[in-house]
Design a protein around this ligand. Structure first.
Ligand code: GLU
Length: 446
């Protein structure tokens, strides 16, 4: 089956999963040439196989709220591909989560994980549970109930979940506790655990730091640095906070954060003190808008951060947050680099606009791979039962992000389509895809 036919099949069978179709098409349109160069890929239906998850585990999660009322949610684990390592990918708790959302995220994860160079397959899981406004006891009961269902389908060599939107260290610890309790095994079944009981140093910072290391490599290609550059960041969660922190370390000036309610603008730039405040305030579930009372700046209700002059934009909130109009605004305000901290934050139309206008655009599967990369390092620390230092891990993260960048750039030179900036999108898709495709060819058809 040709790539085109495989897309048509996905569109026909999964017309109710638009995000999944979007993710599949984005990869498909960039790998046509490499597919043609390797006739075995088509002979063994590699792309068609990769568009169907190995399996989807779907289950009911029943738990009790603080009022003693029984609550029911849906939970899923999409085990997409274990071609190059155990299934690996985060768990998302958000009311918008559907099976289609997790399929798009799991599909992306296959190639992202391959790009890290570590032996990890692709998966994603989650629930339509809304953690917003829930007490600690409710979160704990939900996490226990979720893992009570999932535990038989995960394991250190089978499937290793981690965090994502709505799932951080606290939730991972609760799920790990239930797994440990049910199986009597203390093993690296989840990553992002607390430091001191199996977790790795740097895991919290890894996605945001890795994003800025990737950006730094993009800048170097043009003999530039972050020094003195203005940066727009969306989101105010873990990825956004640590991206801002690393920008600050490298001399950049971050002037925005955002949340579902609006955008925070601080033209003076976020200092470490201000970033620490955001970290603490968000951890307590409070509103970003409160910042203005503390430090000044401006709160823009219901608005997005893509409307200010800057050289760099780092979307770190969620999928499809940057549409066509936002992309035009980025072009108009002089942005030259866009690197995705979130998964698929640009719509297909927005991607076309930034690419057509000479912006260097790094897709999430390359730029935000630092998180799962340090998860891979957590898995290896768990396997050998030893911990590595923060400095050693940070050095490894920098090396991994440079390798991802360089591999994507090399593939972009061969297969890229854009004119005025490196085609990191094609490069990342080709580099990730080839690794997984070659494994599938080697296996025959299993
Ligand atoms: N959820 C993160 C991602 O999108 C991390 C996954 C992991 O560490 O397994 O890559």
């Amino acid at each position: 089956m040709t790539i085109k036919a495989a897309i048509e099949k996905v569109e026909k069978n999964y017309s109710h999963q638009p995000e999944f179709i979007q993710a599949v098409k984005e990869v498909a349109m960039t790998i046509e040439q490499v597919y043609a160069d390797h006739p075995k890929y088509e002979a063994l239906q590699v792309f068609e196989r990769l568009c169907e998850p190995d399996r989807i585990i779907s289950f009911r999660v029943t738990w009790e709220n603080d009022q003693g009322e029984v609550q029911v949610n849906r939970g899923w684990r999409v085990q997409f591909s274990n071609a190059i390592g155990p299934y690996k990918g985060g768990i998302r708790f958000h009311p918008t989560v559907t099976e289609g959302t997790l399929k798009f995220l799991g599909f992306e994860q296959i190639f992202k994980n391959a790009l890290t160079g570590l032996p990890m397959g692709g998966a994603k899981g989650g629930s339509d549970f809304d953690p917003k406004g829930k007490s600690d006891a409710e979160i704990r009961r939900f996490c226990y109930a979720f893992m009570r269902e999932l535990y038989k389908n995960v394991g250190k060599d089978m499937d290793v979940p981690a965090g994502d939107i709505g799932v951080g260290g606290r939730e991972v610890n609760y799920m790990f506790a239930m797994y440990k309790n049910l199986t009597r095994e203390f093993e690296g079944v989840l990553t992002g655990k607390g430091v001191g009981h199996g977790g790795s140093l740097l895991r919290t910072e890894a996605t945001g730091y890795g994003l800025v290391y990737f950006l730094d490599n993009m800048l170097k290609v043009n003999d530039e640095t972050l020094e003195g550059k203005t940066v727009l960041i969306s989101g105010a969660g873990n990825v956004a906070q640590h991206a801002a922190e690393k920008c600050l370390h490298l001399g950049g000036k971050v002037i925005t954060f955002s949340d579902s309610k609006g955008t925070l603008l601080d033209k003076d730039g976020f200092t470490q003190e201000k970033i620490n405040w955001v970290k603490e305030h968000k951890a307590n579930g409070k509103a970003l808008a409160d910042y203005v009372e503390e430090f000044g700046g401006e709160w823009l209700d219901g608005q997005k951060p893509w409307q200010f002059d800057a050289q760099v934009a780092l979307p770190c909130a969620t999928q499809n947050e940057v549409d066509e109009e936002h992309a035009k605004s980025l072009v108009k305000h002089g942005v030259k680099y866009v690197a995705e901290g979130a998964n698929m934050p640009l719509t297909a139309e927005a991607i076309d606009i930034v690419r057509d206008n000479g912006i260097a655009y790094a897709p999430g599967k390359a730029a935000n791979a630092g998180g799962v990369a340090v998860s891979g390092l957590e898995m290896s620390q768990n396997s050998v039962r030893q911990y590595r230092s923060f400095e050693a891990l940070d050095g490894q993260l920098q090396d991994i992000m440079k390798t991802i960048h360089d591999n994507a750039l090399d593939a972009a030179k061969k297969y890229g389509k854009t004119q005025n900036a490196a085609d990191y999108m094609t490069g990342a898709n080709v580099a990730g895809f080839v690794q997984v495709a070659d494994a599938l060819v080697a296996y025959g058809y299993l």
